[in-house]
Design a binder for this molecule. Structure first.
Ligand code: GDP
Length: 329
């Protein structure tokens, strides 16, 4: 029997009620055991409707202009009356700094005031402890509520990048023009994951530096192996202040969507992401189950000491710990 609350939420989400959507995501983010099963009931019921939207990941170091970019680009996208935009965030720094991406909605004042927009700050907590899972589930709920363009914003910290890359169709890296060494400080892995790069704040005195950075990234990308999508990631310059470059970036993202949908890559990437999602969840659950068991943790402490003292190899100890785990009822 489904909880009556689930039915009420379901109806609210499906009819596009933003308050219901907010409550559904709060339920998903809850760490209470009872809420977890209710949340899974809700997600299970929504799943068949969660398709069709375009998911765009936006990453870059704090201050690069992510929120401003989404604010201005989102405004342009909404010039098409049919579009509805959701903005979610994955911010592994939010527990440390006390603040969070999008925590301050004033940076997206225009979007926040539009009834066709839903904005959700990052859930708090360590990334490995489920921030990515909760964001992925929030994404499904947004799609079920009829949002067709979903931005997932994240800061330039490796683990969050990989997690967001694993849940979006297009991954856009925003970079700043530096003093000649643009590629420094940005991990190669992140550049390699990008389906597109945009050098921000390309206006006024910064225009020439931005153009130089664009060329530097463009030549750096040529050294990377071709992407499995067959897409060659473009490097743009843009300015959220003047609006320059934003239409080109959006047009390029839509072109990517057209190309990959017709080649079948779009669907293949989603299927691969779903498969990875299952395996990551399974790994997480297995490890949690292992560590949650008091008997196993006793055995574990014992074997840990033996490995530290050089009496056993890690492999032999792991086998013994797993054997102890399997013997448990
Ligand atoms: P985030 O931390 O990556 O989300 O960056 P924000 O969107 O908060 O922007 C950081 C700062 O850069 C803010 O002071 C913005 O006003 C400024 N900014 C954002 N986009 C532009 C731009 O296109 N040109 C200029 N000159 N400043 C910008």
């Amino acid at each position: 029997m489904r909880d009556r609350n689930v039915d009420v939420l379901l109806e609210g989400v499906r009819s596009g009620d933003r308050a219901a959507l907010g409550r559904a995501i709060t339920l998903i983010e809850s760490t209470r055991e009872a809420d977890r099963s209710t949340a899974q009931d809700l997600l299970g019921a929504l799943l068949p409707r969660s398709e069709g939207a375009l998911r765009v990941g936006i990453t870059g170091v704090p201050g690069v202009g992510k929120s401003t970019f989404i604010e201005v680009l989102g405004g342009r996208i909404l010039e098409d009356d049919e579009r509805r935009v959701a903005v979610l965030a994955v911010d592994p720094t939010s527990t440390r700094s006390g603040g969070s991406i999008l925590g301050d909605k004033t940076r997206m004042r225009r979007l926040a005031g539009d009834p066709r927009v839903f904005i959700r700050p990052s859930p708090s907590g360590p990334i490995a402890g489920g921030v990515a899972r909760r964001t992925r589930e929030a994404l499904l709920v947004c799609e079920a509520a009829g949002y067709d363009t979903i931005f997932v914003e994240t800061v330039g910290v490796g683990q969050a990048e990989t997690a967001v890359h694993g849940m979006v169709d297009y991954f856009l890296l925003l970079v700043l023009a530096g003093a000649g060494d643009e590629l420094q400080g940005i991990k190669r892995g992140i550049v390699e994951m990008a389906d597109g790069i945009a050098v921000t704040k390309a206006e006024g005195d910064n225009q020439a530096a931005a153009e130089a950075a664009r060329r530097a990234f463009q030549s750096a990308l040529q050294l990377f192996p071709p992407m499995p999508s067959g897409w060659e990631p473009p490097v743009h310059t843009c300015s959220a202040m003047t609006g320059a470059g934003l239409d080109e970036i959006w047009e390029s993202i839509l072109e990517y969507e057209r190309q990959t949908r017709s080649s079948g890559y779009f669907e293949a990437r989603r299927r691969q992401q779903a498969r990875n999602w299952l395996h990551e969840t399974l790994d997480e659950r297995l490890i949690a189950a292992l560590h949650a068991d008091p008997d196993v943790s006793d055995v574990l402490a014992d074997y840990e000491a033996r490995v530290i003292n050089g009496e056993l190899t890690a492999a032999a100890a792991a086998d013994a710990i797993l054997a102890a785990y399997r013997r448990l009822p």
